[in-house]
Design a protein around this ligand. Structure first.
Ligand code: PZK
Length: 300
């Protein structure tokens, strides 16, 4: 499947849920070192892209990321945004961004223990090699937020956690330190804002790039449910898996008898029923509403 063309832009690549474009010869943006990043309504779970999409998801996540960029810019954190003037086909979910020299590592910060961090902790008492106290469980707050970098896998593969030493080997000691300091600073700012809004930012993945002056710039989509684990603060209780803020209905339905799907089979998952789609859209809107204090329903 290929994405439909957009006037002035040529398709470059697609991830599970987003598409990337480069300016066409003769377009308004030609030669300006920019890209067009488009968030779609596609949703993925258990490594599958599901059907149908969630109406408004691309707009909601893009608008949430833009809101965060604004909050973080006020704290002196630069980002790759150039313009929100995009073809009408992708209004509200496309952004024109600075083409950067991307750092070849994911900058992950964890404030809480779960997922691959929990799996490593249970085996070795460490997370990406960092020693942690005994007695932590699924959902525990960590003594302090951890920078836990990972490799950027090829499409379809999974990222792999690496130690800070491995990161230094890979991208150089100076850039590794700058990346860690920037990621921890952004996480601290965002975690405090999210907590005040009733959302626990359990962990999050940032992508940074270097601009023409070799300054670190925050790129990609930031601090959305696709790049982060959001937990509703009122339901947080360590000692069990915390339900995912956005995808819990989808995952629960897919693994229930009602779906008739076997997660361990090679079969594609079945079509999501309308009530699951509607409940999931409401969760994305709720995250946006809690964090920004604004409604977005008028755009959807
Ligand atoms: C860039 N991706 C991930 C893959 C997507 C996004 N500012 C930038 N400059 C250069 N490259 C990228 C960015 C950003 N952000 C992002 N890959 C390259 C990606 C597929 C679809 F929408």
């Amino acid at each position: 499947m290929t994405a439909a063309g957009l006037p002035g832009w040529r398709h470059l690549s697609s991830g599970k849920v987003r598409d990337l474009y480069t300016p066409e010869a003769g377009s308004q943006w030609e030669g300006q070192d920019v890209l067009l990043m488009v968030a779609t309504d596609r949703i993925s779970a258990y490594d599958h892209v599901l059907s149908p999409g969630i109406p408004g998801k691309g707009i909601i996540l893009t608008q949430l990321s833009l809101w965060w960029f604004e909050q973080l810019a006020a704290e002196g954190i630069g980002n790759h945004l150039v313009s929100t003037e995009v073809p009408e086909e992708v209004a509200g979910r496309g952004v024109v961004v600075r083409a950067l020299d991307m750092v070849e590592a994911e900058a992950i910060v964890r404030g809480y223990l779960t997922g691959s961090g929990l799996a490593e902790y249970r085996e070795t008492g460490t997370v990406t090699g960092i020693e942690l106290p005994e007695g932590l469980t699924d959902g525990s707050a960590l003594p302090e937020p951890l920078f836990t970098p990972s490799t950027k896998a090829e499409q379809g593969d999974h990222d792999e956690n690496i130690s800070f030493e491995q990161l230094q080997q890979s991208i150089g000691a100076d850039l590794a330190r700058r990346l860690r300091d920037a990621a921890l600073r952004v996480y601290a700012l965002a975690e405090a804002k999210a907590r005040a809004a009733g959302i626990i930012l359990a962990d999050t993945k940032f992508e940074f790039g270097l601009d023409s002056q070799r300054a670190l710039v925050l790129a990609d989509e930031v601090l959305t449910p696709d790049s982060s684990r959001f937990w509703p603060a009122e339901d947080w209780a360590p000692g069990k898996a915390q339900p995912s803020f956005d995808k819990q209905f989808v995952r629960n339905w897919l693994t229930s008898d009602a779906s008739g799907w076997d997660r361990n089979s090679d079969d594609a998952p079945p079509e999501l029923p309308a009530h699951i789609v509607a409940a999931t859209q409401e969760r994305y809107l709720d995250a946006y509403r809690r964090l920004t204090g604004s409604e977005l329903d008028h755009l959807i």
